[in-house]
Design a protein around this ligand. Structure first.
Ligand code: GCO
Ligand code: MG
Length: 401
């Protein structure tokens, strides 16, 4: 089953998405998501200029061999751009293989390990009253797990607060500068949990994203302060690239820890998993080498009692979400899937078989991924340069965003 064409489409139906389309001689088409928020064109060029020409003429059924060929053959291994490009190829080939077999992808991955994929939604508010209203809105929609983010008093802007609709941080053609001060946040975050537990009790799962901003000591203090409110997890408490930081933090708190949305290979996860320094690994199919590589990460995690909790922000396209849901349904050690949802006119470009009901998602039964990409419609939504913010402390020092 020879690949006859591979092309990249960058479009912005609500936000920028990079989509790889692969075609075979027997008329099958597969799609992969290669979006890297704020660095979209780097992956588009990597694919267009260096990968697509190598794909033409290859057998689309040789998924593992193509993965090894692109990973080892580049010599320059890993990194977000390379791994997002490889992921897009991998997912497109799995999509084609599913379509050729006439089966939804999760069945090729061993079949469903569960009836549905538990997901968490994003509740946020400029005040605790607004946050409580948004939690209620999510419960009314059927969510049984919600992430809490609220504006920190004393800071002009705070990570994770939605304006209208879904939170979208990549909002300007030059990075917007946000303010941060860990001491203000540390005083506030436990009060946020206290309020929501008081209003809603302990049946709903509550999650929170620290977004890489604390030192291990500060994170230990936060984890300990949150323990009475029993968070489902505390995400990215310290910058994820230093695994040894988690050893210190782990000794200070039993609050479960989730890390890994910025990782792009199993090597980034290895120490955190094998030393049991985390509870949930958050790598995404589209950023960590596709389904082929994510399966390995999930298997390694399973050995050490670590569950998966894949990244699912709106900057991962519906193609990514579909791929995640197929894998989530199949792997034995899923924890929970992030579901931020997508906004804007994205449904004019992507149609999908996946569904949400009563706190669970399902990838659907269409062959392959179950996502159709309308290239003609995509042309109506050209790329718009938009960047994630940069953080500065109140004294002006650049801080982790
Ligand atoms: C999350 C993430 C996102 C990221 C975004 C960056 O947990 O969903 O932290 O909100 O900030 O994906 O592009
Ligand atoms: Mg996050």
């Amino acid at each position: 089953m020879k690949i006859t064409d591979a092309r990249v489409v960058v479009c912005s139906p609500g936000r920028n998405y990079v989509t790889l389309v692969v075609e075979t001689e027997d008329g099958l088409t597969g799609v992969g998501d290669a979006t890297l928020n704020g660095r979209e064109l780097a992956v588009a060029s990597y694919l267009r200029d260096h990968v697509c020409p190598l794909l033409v003429g290859r057998d689309a059924r040789r998924i593992e061999d193509t993965w090894q060929y692109l990973y080892k053959g580049a010599y320059w291994r890993r990194g977000p751009v390379t791994m997002a490009a490889i992921a897009a190829v991998d997912v497109a080939l799995w999509d084609i293989t599913g379509k050729a077999a006439g089966m939804p992808l999760y069945r090729l991955l061993g079949g469903a390990s569960r009836d549905g994929v538990p997901v968490y939604g994003h509740a946020s508010g400029a005040t605790l009253d607004e946050l409580a209203e948004d939690v209620q809105r999510h419960l009314d929609l059927g969510y049984t797990a919600v992430r809490l983010q609220a504006s920190v008093p004393g800071l002009e802007t705070t990570y994770g607060i939605a304006g209208e609709g879904v939170y979208e941080p990549a909002d300007a053609p030059r990075p917007h500068e946000a303010a941060w001060e860990s001491s203000l946040y540390l005083d506030f975050a436990p009060a946020m949990f206290a309020r929501i537990r008081e209003d809603f009790g302990y049946r709903v799962h509550l999650l929170h994203d620290v977004h890489h901003r604390l030192t291990p000591t500060e994170a230990g203090r936060l984890g300990a302060a949150l323990e009475p409110y029993r968070p489902f997890w505390m995400e990215d408490p310290t910058p994820a690239e230093d695994p040894s930081a988690f050893r210190a933090l782990r000794g200070h708190t039993t609050t479960p820890i989730a890390v890994g949305e910025v990782f792009n290979s199993i090597w980034d996860c290895q120490q955190l998993i094998t030393e049991r320094l985390i509870d949930y690994i958050r790598t995404a199919v589209s950023h960590a080498g596709g389904i082929t590589h994510m399966r390995r990460i999930a298997s390694l995690a399973e050995l050490y009692g670590v569950r998966t909790g894949p990244h699912g922000a709106g900057d991962l396209s519906p193609v990514s979400l579909a791929a995640a849901l197929h894998l989530d349904l199949a792997v034995p050690n899923l924890g929970i899937q992030e579901h931020m949802g997508h906004t804007g006119p994205y449904t004019e470009v992507f149609t999908h078989a996946y569904t949400f009901r009563d706190g669970y998602m399902h990838p659907g039964e269409r062959p392959g991924l179950g996502v159709e990409f309308d290239e003609a419609a995509a042309e109506c939504f050209p790329y718009e340069p938009r960047y994630l913010p940069v953080n500065r402390r109140l004294d002006g020092t650049v801080h982790d965003w």
